[in-house]
Design a protein around this ligand. Structure first.
Ligand code: ARG
Length: 566
């Protein structure tokens, strides 16, 4: 792709002394109104250094640029020199780039040699994989793909909640009321049932809590029975979760969850004691965070057992030592803001300068009409149910609207699940929202199916065309305003991806692809494509093909499929 900004800088830099290339490059602006040109150079910024009036500088610039093939018009407007990119050169550069790079269009090598960890989903063993987990799961999966596309060596981790006192509770509950066959048959609801019962009975009979603590201690001490039960809970739960990950097309590089750090905590605790980061408090160990405006962090309990935060400290240190990460990203709800601030501060207090490379990417909460979701009270919507219903609904729509479609099952999956994921990634991640079946199953408007449908429409046009549109295209023929706007938008794709990575905000890509679909539909509406004139047809088809490729690449980055027919 031609870097027009670089071309301008090159010319300026060759003719202007005592100002660095980078500095000149940084001064170039993009006018907000495209009628003012594609780039603008503010001459007044050079007035002081060159000891010359801006209008004279502008005249000089115009003089030394005179001949070049990149710009069709260069003019002085006030204290600016405005550059109008040659349309044909621009169109050829953008479409040519897309059609050569294909599924790599938008990618970059900027991340080469750098490891980026993206931790996401991090569900809890023996608990439902519910609608509240969807955000971490799909935002994280998208970030993972985005970093990979930018050349980083991305590593996805599911930091499973597979450790802690609740496993003591679960063991006690199982021994009292659990039935092996029932749990094998329907693991999560059955385990949830006995877990809820444990809490009810423990209110009347607090000894149960004591017993649960003992069983967790046994688990930590690797007691054979405790470990076997724990392993089994873990195994049957993961089998359930895998169905959901499979539906979403998610595969992990690592499933190192909380239990993975059980033997790594003692060393970390010793280090903290040595550096005097930790202090004793009523038999427990804490880190005083008052100087940083935070409550103290409890690191070990009176009985010596460890906590969630202890495992996060051990996990961060392990990840640094094992992966030497450039960035260590955690996609976790904003309810845990304090937790992350606390342990990142502790890592800093331990003297690790890489604490700044640990990044919490928070997002708002999903609640239900009835109130917040509560696993203990059994008030939850399973994510698997949501995805299944979306697929069912899509099947009905297909049966009604295109009963002869090939591959109906697969398309229903791609579109139904895509709709849910797309919607989840349409909004800025920080906002809280209330889950509603109606909204989730509404495919109208700026939705995933709308974009997928646009993609399928472009595929169909390319199929119908009886013409080779890949060579000898006369790009001059693509010059109408709507067409240029669409091509300018396609040209933005690499920047949008980089921006999404910088802000850890995949919704930028979701919104971008809606713009592309809308731009395309406007073009399609205003300009016939399969026209008599072969040259025009070829040029327009090359644009259709570029749009199709861009939509496919964008959807892939947010974890949504792009079926060719629907
Ligand atoms: N399992 C935890 C939960 O459901 C989320 C874990 C987040 N990751 C972490 N490293 N603390 O709340």
């Amino acid at each position: 792709m031609i870097d027009f900004k670089k071309e301008i800088t090159d010319i300026l830099s060759k003719n202007i002394d005592n100002i660095e290339w980078e500095e000149l490059n940084g001064m170039i602006e993009i006018p907000s109104n495209s009628e003012m040109g594609d780039f603008a150079f503010p001459c007044f910024k050079l007035a002081k250094t060159l000891k010359k009036a801006p209008n004279l500088i502008a005249k000089d610039i115009i003089d030394f640029i005179s001949e070049n093939k990149f710009f069709e018009k260069i003019e002085i407007v006030g204290a600016y020199v405005n550059f109008h990119v040659d349309k044909e050169v621009f169109v050829e550069s953008v479409i040519g780039e897309i059609l050569t790079k294909k599924d790599m269009f938008g990618s970059s090598k900027m991340g080469e040699g750098k490891n980026v960890i993206v931790e996401f989903s991090s569900v809890n063993i023996a608990k439902p994989f519910h609608i509240g987990h969807i955000r971490s799961t799909v935002i994280g999966n998208s970030l993972y793909k985005i970093y990979k596309f930018l050349g980083y060596n991305a590593i996805s981790i599911n930091h499973l909640g597979d450790y802690g006192t609740q496993f003591g509770k679960l063991i006690v509950a199982y021994k009292l009321w659990g039935k092996k066959e029932d749990i094998e048959a329907d693991p999560i609801p059955e385990l949830l049932k006995i877990y809820v019962r444990f809490h009810e009975e423990a209110e009347i009979n607090p000894e149960l809590d004591e017993e649960a603590r003992n069983w967790f201690k046994k688990l930590e001490g690797e007691d054979a029975e405790a470990v076997e039960l724990w392993n089994w809970f873990r195994r049957v739960s993961l089998k359930e979760f895998d169905r959901v990950y499979e539906m979403l097309g998610i595969k992990y590089d690592s499933l190192a969850g909380e239990s993975f750090y059980s033997d790594k905590m003692p060393r970390v605790l010793d280090m903290m004691r040595e550096n005097n980061v930790i202090e004793k408090s009523q038999g427990a160990e804490i880190v005083d965070l008052e100087p940083y405006g935070m409550p103290p962090a409890l690191i070990t309990k009176k009985d010596g057992s460890t906590l969630y935060i202890t495992r996060d400290l051990a996990a961060a240190i392990y990840r640094k030592e094992h992966y030497d990460f450039y960035k260590n990203i955690y996609v976790v709800g904003s309810q845990q803001n304090l937790h992350f601030k606390q342990w990142m501060k502790i890592i800093d207090l331990m003297g690790y300068d890489w604490s700044e490379d640990c990044i919490h990417v928070p997002f708002g909460m999903v609640s239900l009409d009835e109130g917040t979701m509560s696993t203990r009270k059994g008030r939850v919507v399973f994510l698997e149910d949501v995805l299944r219903k979306a697929v069912e609904k899509t099947k009905e729509i297909i049966a009604e609207k295109s009963p002869n479609l090939e591959n109906k099952e697969q398309v229903a999956k791609d579109v139904g699940i895509g709709a849910v994921v797309f919607q989840e990634l349409s909004n800025n991640r920080i906002k809280d929202y209330i889950f509603s079946w109606d909204r989730t199953l509404n495919f109208d408007g700026e939705s995933g199916p709308y974009v997928q449908y646009t993609h399928a429409r472009s595929c169909s046009l390319l199929r119908k065309a009886q013409i080779d549109y890949k060579d000898n295209i006369d790009y001059k023929l693509l010059n109408e305003k709507e067409v240029m706007d669409l091509i300018r938008l396609l040209n933005q794709f690499p920047n949008v991806i980089q921006d999404a990575a910088r802000k850890n905000e995949p919704s930028l890509i979701t919104r971008y692809v809606i713009d592309v679909a809308q731009g395309f539909n406007k073009f399609y509406h205003d300009y016939p494509i399969l026209v008599e004139d072969k040259e025009i047809q070829k040029a327009r088809l090359s644009l259709v093909s570029a749009v199709r490729q861009t939509i496919e690449n964008a959807l892939k980055l947010i974890g949504v499929a792009a079926p060719e027919k629907m």
